[in-house]
Design a protein around this ligand. Structure first.
Ligand SMILES: C[S@@+](CC[C@H](N)C(=O)[O-])C[C@H]1O[C@@H](n2cnc3c(N)ncnc32)[C@H](O)[C@@H]1O
Length: 281
């Protein structure tokens, strides 16, 4: 079992995917950790269809034209079992899928073999949860969705820097984070309690495999735009940024103290989420 408690739900779900289940069964038993859907009739096909819809929407919203992607390399940080990765391989020249759980990556390759273009896929295990074994400036687009909120705060900031490092000059970085909402007054302490309970020898494993207890504990940080941008600015990564923008839910505006960063609402963004979009020089 991984040392840090925020790894527990992924390790637990990852172990389940290794227990000889069919791809459809994996979606029925662990799919909810990726798209929050449950049901005995779910199939891998349904699962990747939700990913494809979202991929197309985000590519449109962040102005990443499909005709450009066709010759580009895209990095997906936190690919899971390939819900979105299959669509990325259908759209991009090359895809690098990175995840903290090696078992997920194995299933990701299987998902892409069934619903995508396996010859375009490379997987990278993020063994330490914070660094990417990928060369500098080797991808055109770095993308991450509902992943950085599950990392320890310093790991999320490190992966943000890593995303810039591995993206080539003129490339794009599009990353999703979770920040504070009023309900966090309750959710944050409950999450801390749940992560502490996951350390219990037997009960911990049972709790970490249950949907609602997992959902309480798995958001390991809240990061606002100023913290993320401030961290980038304190490193050499910021000198490579030509244009930065923050996108939030139309229902909950986010403020940014850095005047050079554009801030705009984006349709269908969850109130607790926000996106950082960077264009590199
Ligand atoms: C909620 S799932 C989202 C997966 C995928 N983006 C999707 O939308 O289907 C979060 C993913 O992040 C991965 N993850 C969590 N912490 C990570 C870390 N520090 N580095 C890389 N991946 C991580 C988990 O293993 C899991 O696959």
């Amino acid at each position: 079992m991984a040392k840090r408690t925020q790894f527990v739900p992924w390790k637990t779900a990852g172990n389940k995917t290794e227990s000889g289940l069919t791809a459809d069964d994996v979606v029925r038993t662990t799919g909810w950790v990726f798209n929050n859907e449950t049901g005995t009739a779910l199939t891998l096909g349904d699962f990747v269809a939700t990913g494809e819809k979202e991929v197309r929407r985000y590519m449109r919203q962040f102005e990443l034209p499909l005709e450009n992607l066709a010759t580009q390399t895209l990095l997906e940080i936190g690919s899971g079992i390939g819900r979105m990765t299959a669509a990325f391989t259908n759209l991009c020249g090359q895809v690098v899928a990175a995840d903290i759980d090696a078992a997920f990556l194995e299933r990701c390759r299987e998902t892409v073999a069934k619903h995508g273009r396996p010859e375009r896929l490379r997987t990278v295990h993020v063994a330490d949860g914070r660094s990417l074994a990928i060369s500098d400036k080797s991808v055109d687009v770095a993308f991450s969705y509902i992943t950085l909120q599950h990392c320890e705060r310093t790991d999320a900031l490190s992966l943000t820097n890593e995303a810039v490092r591995v993206t080539s000059d003129g490339g794009r970085v599009v990353l999703n984070y979770r920040s504070w909402v009023p309900l966090d007054v309750l959710l944050v302490p409950l999450g801390m309690l749940m992560r502490a309970l996951w350390k219990l020898p037997r009960a911990g494993k049972v709790l970490a495999s249950m949907r609602w207890t997992t959902r309480l504990g798995w958001q390991a940080n809240r990061l606002g735009p100023d913290e993320v941008i401030g961290s980038l600015k304190s490193s050499s990564a910021w000198s490579r940024v030509a244009k930065a923008s923050v996108h939030h839910s139309p229902r909950l505006a986010r403020k940014v103290k850095y005047a050079e960063v554009a801030v705009a609402p984006l349709k269908r963004v969850n109130r607790s989420h926000w996106w950082l979009s960077l264009e590199l020089k």
